[in-house]
Design a protein around this ligand. Sequence first.
Ligand SMILES: Nc1ncnc2c1ncn2[C@@H]1O[C@H](COP(=O)(O)OP(=O)(O)OP(=O)(O)O)[C@@H](O)[C@H]1O
Ligand SMILES: [Mg+2]
Length: 395
Amino acid sequence: MCYYLCMDTNIPVIVISEYANTREVLKLYLNELNLFSDYLFANDLLNAYELVRKNPKSLLIIDISEYPDPGLNFLNKIKDEFLDCKIIALSDKPSVDLMIKIMRCGVRKFLSLPIIKNEFSDLVSNLWDEFCGNAGKVGKGRIITVYSNKGGIGKTSVATNLALELAKITKENVVLVDLNFHSGDITAFLDLKPSFNISYMLQNLDKINKDFLLSTIEKYKDTSLYVLADPPYFKQADNISADKILTLLEILRDTFSYAVVDISAVAEEKTISALKISDLILLVCIANLPALRNSQRCLEFFNHSGIDTDKVQILINRFMENDDIKSDDIENLLGKKIFAKIPNNYFTLMSAINKGLPVCDINPASNVAKSYRELAIIISDNIYKRNMMKLSADG
Ligand SMILES: Nc1ncnc2c1ncn2[C@@H]1O[C@H](COP(=O)(O)OP(=O)(O)OP(=O)(O)O)[C@@H](O)[C@H]1O
Ligand SMILES: [Mg+2]
């Protein structure tokens, strides 16, 4: 193992990797960033620990590809003892299981090997900003819209459970937005009666700011999930323009780390505008021919309406291993890889909906609860940001 230490502005970077080429690449990229200089290295975790002990305010980059368990134990120890040490974990085997373990250690920054220069530079620069007290000043949240051009396909189930899992995993502020102005279900799914709804926010766009939003939008129990519900009366949904929705979504993007939007299947101007400014669109599909034909049409419609299909990801809901239509068929038909699958579990879903509870409160060990959690892990933090960076670099 080798450890590099760089001492620019008294904040060192400690890099741990078994592989000489990984160390060299990291050193090269760190040099190019020119935030740190003077490197130092050591050969085992004991020496690494000593380096962190001597430099408690440091950036630690650790490759846990070869020995994940000792690496994770080491991270647990560092996290507990050195609160000012910021950590990036690396692995060439980025499984969901490993991601969960890394997150349980309290490490939120993860990159797959081989390193992609843009994503590494972006991550290190963000951490540098955090060291310098500039965290959050440059970063914006992400708008994730859960969509299908077909009703009753599972949009609200996905949006609600995904938003809650994102809040639980990241501990960051997440807002769940109901843009179904005449038929929103989120309040029923979470058994809420919020004092302020989206129509109030839209009527007071000139007054709302971050503090106002955080103090008025209904918080879900003791989580960091905020719920911006649809108006309870039809009349309150009148005169809502697409422009106003765009302005509100931009304010939400500046206020929350993630805004998860549940939106009407009707392809009206409001919906198209929201889809256009979303960072990620989860297109919910079901593995049957009419539903897939609709999804195909939906992708054609996105192309036709100027909605960037690169940011559309396919989510198969109610997935069953023994479905007649296989994953390969779906990918061939839609011309896209499947991003995630939520298993069919009608009993758990109906029990959750009828009790007004999220699926994780009904049965956290159920296949659906686990899948919503995995979906949130994939979307959250680095994996999601990396996809977006790749897209913007390609675009
Ligand atoms: N993974 C799942 N397994 C089994 N049933 C599911 C699953 N996801 C959703 N459902 C069921 O599908 C039905 C519709 O779900 P949901 O209300 O989330 O869809 P929707 O797309 O939001 O509908 P709408 O277009 O009416 O808003 C519900 O009865 C729910 O129980
Ligand atoms: Mg719905």
